[in-house]
Each structure stands twice: as C-alpha cells, then as structure tokens.
Design a protein around this ligand. Structure first.
Ligand SMILES: [Zn+2]
Length: 195
C-alpha cells in the first residue's frame, strides 16, 4: 500500500504531468509509481518512500517498474541522485554479468524543490524525446555546431513556468546532420502586476 504521504507528494507530481498533457497509463506493481505517456513517449514516475532501494535484483527492478516498456524514469525523492547512482550501478552490473543493457534515461526530481524539479523534468523529456511527442517544422536556422545542418523545430504546448514566472512555450531544435539538440523556453505572457 502507498502511504498517505507518498500519495500526496506523488499525487501533486502526477497532477503536474497531467497539466502538461501526459496521460496516466497505469499504476505499477512496485507501488509509489505510475506509467505515463505523451504521444509515443512512455515514462515512469516513481516516488520511493525510502532513500534506499529494495530492488537488489535487476530483474525485479526491471519487471516492477516495467523498465523495458518505457523510455525514461523520473525519480522523485529528497535524494534522487543517490537512488539514480544505485540504479546505474545495478544496470552496469547487469550489463557486465548478463549482457542486458538498459536504455532508460533517468531524471531526478528533488523533493526539496518539487515545483522547479517537475518543470525541469518535463523540459528534459521534451528535449530528449521531441520526435516521439511533436512534429517537426523547418526553422530556417543553421546548426551552430556543425555549420550547415538544418535545424528542425519542435513546438510544445504553452504552460505556466515557475522558473520564468509567466506563460511560456518550449521549442526544441534538432540538427538533421549532427543531431545537436537545443531547448529554448520563451516567455509569452508575464502575469499582471509584474514588470
Ligand atoms: Zn549540426
């Protein structure tokens, strides 16, 4: 069973993802975790109640979080990086010993600053997986890295940014030639009363 504390904080994070147009696919067997989707992107949001992870066994972790079905894992915790380090070691060991590799991208959200953390997490998901969520349009801009590659532009839905404090829109630019990814957030509208 999820503890009330977990549901509360995980509930808030899920609400945020729903506002950003992610749909809830299902609750996961490990508890304190949900699979979400947006377009063809699948992501787990996991808020383990404890700092330590009880999944010593890679198989159990993969099955419990269904890591073979998602592109990314968002970890909400007071110490997300400790958990991410541990999972990384577990995945490295699994690759060394059994030759199984995981392509899941891990993103940490610190509970000490959840509001900014979830905003950053969504920005990074859009950046890494733009092609799975949005359609490209020619930007007419040249790649600043390889000089000559065309930048394709992906646009995302407007949202209220805590970082920029106003209604914002994110664009992701991807170079057709070298694969460079650039994320830009533009402030569309500042709230009344601010200058
Ligand atoms: Zn380029």
């Amino acid at each position: 069973m999820d503890s009330p504390r977990t549901l509360n904080r995980l509930g808030g994070v899920l609400e945020y993802f729903k506002r950003r147009k992610f749909g809830i696919v299902r609750a996961l067997r490990v508890g304190e975790a949900y699979m979400l989707s947006k377009g063809s992107l699948y992501v787990d949001v996991w808020a383990p109640t404890k700092d330590y992870v009880k999944y010593h066994d890679y198989d159990k972790l993969v099955k419990g979080l269904e890591l073979d079905r998602v592109h990314a894992l968002v970890i909400v915790s007071y110490r997300p990086y400790t958990i991410m380090d541990y999972l990384k070691r577990l995945m490295d060991a699994a690759e060394r010993w059994y030759g199984v590799s995981s392509k899941v991208r891990m993103i940490g959200v610190s509970e000490a600053d959840v509001e900014r953390g979830v905003e950053d997490a969504v920005e990074r998901l859009h950046t890494y997986f733009a092609e799975l969520i949005s359609r490209p349009a020619a930007s007419g801009e040249e790649c600043p890295r390889c000089m000559g590659g065309n930048l394709q532009r992906y646009q995302f839905d407007d949202y209220f940014s805590q970082k920029l404090y106003g209604v914002a829109r994110q664009y992701v630019y991807i170079c057709e030639k070298c694969g460079l990814r650039i994320s830009r957030q533009e402030l569309l509208l500042a709230p009344k009363g601010s200058s």
